[in-house]
Design a protein around this ligand. Structure first.
Ligand SMILES: [Zn+2]
Length: 353
């Protein structure tokens, strides 16, 4: 069919139809704006800030309303909005609602497989402990996932800001929770303040426990952070990794080893890693032969979605159909699922070509 039509130019319908993977998505950051507003009402967390209230404590009191808070330009302000979202997800029913809606939104973008990232609190989080959080995600994940035809797995973000000791405690507690659909661990958080090295033992232990690994690297910090994730943590995948482009030797290494990068272009613009799409190295990484996958990171807070990221590939990075399919294939091949599941998704992809 492809040869007869000889048309390698993608369009919106093509992007929508493609069965897609999403490997880098923070559950909290994928919250619908309307749901955030509902939950803020539910727990009486309101703009404008009250003296001594949570919004003031979070230094969001410089904003008059939520609209202004959503116009963040710096990573720190993005993080504050993220913490505000966490602060109004207090009950298992909030977490179930969030998970169900996020899966629904992903499915509407044509996503058929997702790895959801979540961090587990070092102590309790309002009315939930770690097990309550995972149970709520799995309850909604199973129900909504089966209904809509979207498969999910969970990645636990051990959050570098907690420090390696706390991260190790959380990791060990995960080993006692039984099968919770967790496939991997990650370190997100403040990359520029917490280099990967001190997490070496945490990652070693994670592998012993049978988890796959990734780390956020090469986003807020440069190539040395990516080298650290590879050499110290021996990660299977890199979250972001876009700043690898600053080191030709690292690019050669990533190409030779085919270490996947989870690229999230809109995120990089919104948090100020690059000032425009024109400056984003996605095209250069792809052309160099780096195994890039395409993801949305925190679509709820960026006002984006995964389909929008594919539109960027089409409209702004000038990708052909074949090139877009290559990126989708990279995603399924890099997923933390057994070989036969990868084969299944790759064969579904053949059907739409
Ligand atoms: Zn991320």
């Amino acid at each position: 069919m492809k040869h007869i039509m000889n048309n390698n130019k993608p369009n919106d319908e093509f992007l929508r139809m493609l069965p897609k993977p999403e490997l880098h998505l923070h559950l909290i950051g994928a919250i619908r704006r309307s749901t955030l507003e509902d939950l803020m009402r539910k727990y009486s967390v309101n703009f404008p800030a009250k003296p001594g209230g949570f919004i003031q404590k979070l230094k969001l009191d410089k904003y008059k309303n939520l609209d202004e808070a959503f116009r963040f330009e710096k990573f720190e302000d993005f993080l504050r909005l993220y913490i505000l979202c966490m602060h109004v997800i207090r009950e298992p029913e909030d977490m179930e609602r969030l998970t169900g809606e996020v899966l629904e939104d992903l499915r509407n973008c044509g996503v058929v497989y997702v790895e959801i990232s979540i961090n587990l609190p070092p102590d309790r989080h309002f009315n939930m402990d770690s097990l309550d959080i995972l149970n709520a995600i799995n309850k909604a994940g199973k129900r909504v996932g089966e209904k809509l035809g979207i498969e999910y797995r969970i990645i636990i973000d051990l959050v570098r800001d907690y420090g390696p000791e706390k991260s190790m405690e959380i990791l060990n507690s995960m080993a006692e929770m039984g099968d919770q659909n967790i496939v991997a661990v990650d370190i997100g958080g403040s990359e520029h303040r917490f280099p990967p090295g001190p997490y070496r033992e945490v990652y070693k232990r994670a592998r012993e426990l049978g988890f796959r690994t990734r780390a956020h690297a090469g986003e807020a910090a440069g190539p040395e952070s990516v080298w650290g994730a590879i050499r110290e943590l021996k990660v299977d995948r890199i979250g972001h990794g876009v700043r690898s482009i600053e080191d030709p030797e690292l690019i050669r290494y990533l190409v030779r080893k085919q270490i996947p990068l989870e690229v999230c272009p809109t995120s990089n613009i919104r948090t100020g890693v690059y000032s425009s799409i024109e400056e984003h190295p996605l095209r250069k990484l792809f052309d160099a032969g780096v195994k890039i996958t395409l993801n949305s990171d925190d679509p709820g807070l960026f006002g984006s979605n995964v389909l929008g990221e594919y539109r960027l590939l089409m409209d702004r990075f000038g990708f052909s159909k074949d090139e877009i399919v290559k990126v989708v294939k990279n995603g399924f091949e890099s997923a933390f699922i057994p070989h036969d599941r990868k084969e299944y998704y790759l064969s579904r992809l053949e059907l739409v070509m």
